[in-house]
Design a protein. Structure first.
Length: 68
């Protein structure tokens, strides 16, 4: 019984710490934030490996598959 109470107290304190710093306790990000984090790396990889043609081909294939 005491072990469960201790875990509950620790969990509650952890949630308070997250909210104090403005971090979501679930660990999820807003999709726009995730996109903003990934795009610079994706652009760098396209430039370094010269994969622009592959990106265009894949985007075109997905567009055809979706009917656009």
């Amino acid at each position: 019984m005491a072990d469960t109470a201790t875990r509950t107290i620790i969990r509650t304190q952890g949630r308070r710490a997250y909210t104090a710093f403005g971090v979501r306790p679930s660990g999820t990000r807003h999709p726009l934030v995730a996109t903003a984090m990934v795009l610079p790396l994706a652009a760098l990889l396209v430039v370094v490996f010269g994969g622009w043609d592959a990106v265009v081909t894949q985007a075109s294939s997905v567009g055809v598959m979706l009917g656009r």
